[in-house]
Write a protein that binds this ligand. Sequence first.
Ligand SMILES: [Zn+2]
Length: 68
Amino acid sequence: MFPMPQSAEELERFKRNTSRKLDGLQCPDHRQSPRLRFEGETLREVTISMSGCCPKLMALANAAIRSN
Ligand SMILES: [Zn+2]
């Protein structure tokens, strides 16, 4: 487990890092970018929801987010 400082700063950093992973990602079929939304007030309870034009883009976006 990694330590979880429950600060707004940590949460913002997490959001930035996650968003960065999707930078430049586009659907090969539709040239759309995925949309990312964060819910939750702390790093512990934050959830990510993504939307995109089609399942192919969602698969690409999921893979990008899970990678480092
Ligand atoms: Zn698409």
